[in-house]
Design a protein around this ligand. Structure first.
Ligand SMILES: Nc1ncnc2c1ncn2[C@@H]1O[C@H](COP(=O)(O)OP(=O)(O)OP(=O)(O)O)[C@@H](O)[C@H]1O
Length: 709
């Protein structure tokens, strides 16, 4: 195919793309005019609805064009069909658009009419003769890539290009993930468009597109039933803040903003944790038995609360002693979550006290008189509210810092070693693994009744301190949420759809936490068991099954690795087999001719420096230096002291970064430099799976460096 043909085809497509952008301008102008007119008339009727929609479409398109300008633009696909199906070409884009006559100009990629763009194959062309992908930079078409799907069709359509998929896979990586909307493959498309019932479970080995497929599915669901998901909310959960930042631009670039993106440390509204516990501690905190330990904790006496109350009533001294209070506690706890019973405390105590009223002078009064007097008695009110205060979950978790209390509630639940680890683990701030514990306690304690559903009891302590957990910083992602802001109340925790990425890493306690947010939701769950860093998979499986209840599960499997070069993935797969990981081994399609290198050099620092120099010299994009946790500080010091990399290692979009094995989950780099892989393998019970994850992060080149062979 000569270059003239390619240039001519590009020029033709440019004409169409120009028409699309002109139409956008046009729609906006008329939208603005109509809006102004509507405002002048003081109303927006049916026309007004259309105006607003056009204006929104325009805004969305603008944002997308700037966000992903370097990759695919607003218009990215064209189908030429058999003449008996459609004589005109069909264009597919990130949003749908109509021309002045309201005829379809551009089909939204999520619309049923666009499905054929992804599902047509050589074996089954679905009436498509030629599929074309347009590469744009901003509003300019810079290339076209064609696939002739129906070679038997009589056609004079020219076929240009080498294949868009390979071009996209070979591009240099920056620090964020991109949309794959133009090159979604047929097996991925089936998972993206799966009917929204129950649970869609997407599995597949490393680099098979699980994350991108899940995100495109979120965008698809919002398109298919916008009203439901915008009001009910979509929760997307990934392993870490770094990972969430890595994927965060994909949804907006698909036109979606109504999604809450959360890392495991900030699933609970109002809490944000980034600190990770040592793996052994995380194993204790994540285990399902913590639920029993916390159930006991939530029933404890409030530390430091009064254990007795005395009051003089007429001729009687009334005493609420240990036994009475124990009885009152049992009674209140049997009525449901502790905070919900705050409105019943006064009446429960008054009942017990009234039984002690004996004197004649007192008996002249009725129980109602007595109750009335107590309800206005400051000493009684003070006692009741400090004996049975509204409890906030984080405070109750803090009770476990008391080693006696911890030993009491852990008796028969945790062994001595686990108790010791837990006792040492509490930091100044919450860790990622503390968050599900706080959430568990929130549900055990319950929310205090709201003012308007409480009765007239003066002990209605409805202004819960839980409310204070919400701050502006807690809602960094609030912009992603089109529905009402978080209230931190249990009844508002639920979402209409819950999407879990890297699901193999959720601990049982984390499954309980996300499960509470998806009781009535549909779910998308993606993961790869071989990459799991949780040491007791069977326990996690059980917790997952519980979280999902009896929802029907529809499974999809992805089988092609689009990330790693074939050379790198061969190395990783051989490792997985050698160490006995029961790995799902996908087929890596792209070969670079560059094998991974294993360097052994007693001077680890010099060898690392040399290897890094070679990688940044050979590659255009990012390089990750992956080190054992114990060497992270040292490796950062090395990097800071090497002047030749100072520029590359600076800033949020640095090309070179230092990470631990767990930090690399879900991410990818052009080059990976693994320092002391044997130590990464040895540093945690699931170290082999972690090292397998590390070995599957590079797109182009990988080097390992060890001091000893
Ligand atoms: N159809 C596709 N077209 C272009 N690129 C794709 C396609 N599918 C996947 N990719 C690319 O392959 C890489 C891996 O995708 P992704 O991270 O979603 O895989 P994953 O299965 O979640 O990986 P892992 O489990 O190893 O973290 C990404 O760079 C993604 O953009």
């Amino acid at each position: 195919m000569n270059e003239d043909v390619a240039a001519r085809e590009i020029a033709r497509e440019q004409e169409f793309v120009d028409t699309v952008y002109r139409q956008l301008e046009e729609s906006t102008r008329s939208a603005q005019e109509l809006a102004a007119e509507g405002r002048a008339r003081g109303q927006l009727g049916h026309e007004g609805g259309l105006v607003e929609r056009d204006a929104m479409v325009y805004q969305a398109a603008r944002r997308m064009a700037t966000l992903d300008a370097a990759h695919e633009g607003l218009v990215f696909g064209r189908l030429d069909m058999r003449a008996e199906i459609d004589e005109d070409p069909r264009y597919v884009g990130r949003i749908g658009l109509r021309d002045g006559n309201r005829d379809v100009l551009l089909i939204d990629w999520r619309a049923p009419a666009a499905a054929v763009f992804y599902q047509a194959t050589h074996a089954d062309p679905h009436g498509v003769i030629r599929r074309r992908i347009l590469r744009c930079s901003g509003e300019t078409v810079v290339g076209v890539e064609d696939d002739l799907l129906d070679s038997e069709a009589e056609t004079d359509l020219p076929v240009v290009g080498e294949g868009a998929l390979m071009a996209q896979l070979s591009r240099a990586r920056d620090r964020s993930m991109h949309s794959i909307v133009a090159t979604i493959q047929a097996e991925q498309d089936r998972a993206i468009r799966a009917p929204n019932k129950g649970v869609v479970l997407i599995s597949g080995g490393p680099g098979t597109g699980k994350t991108v497929v899940a995100l495109h599915r979120a965008a698809f669901l919002l398109y298919a039933d916008r009203r439901r998901y915008e009001t009910g909310g979509v929760l997307v959960v990934g392993p870490s803040g770094v990972f969430m930042r890595y994927i965060e631009r994909v949804l907006p670039s698909l036109g979606e903003t109504a999604v809450a993106l959360r890392s495991l440390g900030d699933v609970v509204d109002g809490l944000r944790a980034t600190r990770r516990d040592d793996p052994r501690v995380a194993e204790v905190k994540g285990s399902a038995v913590m639920a029993e330990l916390l159930r006991r904790t939530a029933r404890q006496h409030v530390p430091g609360s009064p254990r007795e109350f005395r009051i003089f009533y007429r001729d009687d001294v009334i005493v609420l002693g240990t036994r009475d209070l124990a009885q009152a506690r049992r009674q209140l706890l049997s009525m449901g979550p502790r905070n919900r019973s705050t409105t019943r405390v006064a009446s429960t105590l008054i009942d017990l006290m009234w039984r002690q009223v004996r004197s004649e002078r007192a008996r002249e009064r009725t129980k109602e008189d007595f109750a009335e007097e107590m309800r206005t008695n400051d000493a009684f009110l003070d006692f009741a509210s400090s004996w049975w205060p509204v409890l906030d979950a984080a405070t109750v978790l803090g009770w476990l810092r008391d080693t006696d209390l911890l030993a009491r509630v852990a008796d028969g639940v945790l062994d001595d070693e686990a108790v010791r680890l837990l006792a040492k683990s509490w930091g100044e701030d919450l860790s990622v693994d503390d968050v599900p514990l706080v959430d568990e306690l929130r549900y055990l304690l319950g929310d205090p009744p709201l003012v308007n559903d409480a009765d007239e009891d003066p002990l209605d302590l409805a202004d819960s301190s839980l409310q204070e957990l919400t701050t502006a910083a807690d809602r960094e992602y609030a912009g992603h949420r089109a529905w009402s802001p978080p209230t931190n109340r249990i009844e508002d925790d639920g979402y209409a759809h819950v999407l879990i990425d890297e699901a193999q890493d959720l601990t049982p306690m984390q499954w309980r936490m996300v499960g509470r947010r998806g009781r009535t939701a549909t779910w998308t769950i993606v993961g790869d068991p071989a990459q799991s860093s949780w040491p007791v998979p069977a326990e996690s499986e059980r917790a997952r099954a519980q979280a999902l209840g009896d929802k029907p599960v529809h499974s999809f499997h992805l089988s092609t690795n689009y990330r790693n070069s074939a050379e790198i993935y061969r190395f990783a797969a051989a490792y997985a087999e050698r160490v006995g990981l029961d790995a799902d081994l996908p087929n890596a399609v792209r070969s670079t001719g560059v094998e991974p290198r294993e360097v052994v050099d007693p001077d680890l620092e010099a060898a690392t420096r040399r290897a890094l120099g070679e990688l940044v010299g050979a590659l255009e994009g990012t390089v990750g230096i992956v080190v054992p946790v114990a060497r992270r500080a040292e490796a950062n010091r090395w990097l800071a002291s090497w002047p030749e990399f100072a520029e590359l290692a600076r800033g949020d979009d640095a090309r070179v970064v230092v990470l631990t094995g767990l930090d690399t989950k879900g991410l990818e780099f052009d080059g990976i430099l693994v320092v002391e892989p044997a130590e990464i393998e040895a540093e945690s019970p699931a170290g082999r799976a972690t090292l397998y994850v590390v070995y599957t992060r590079a797109t182009q080149q990988m080097v390992t460096v060890s001091a000893h062979s």
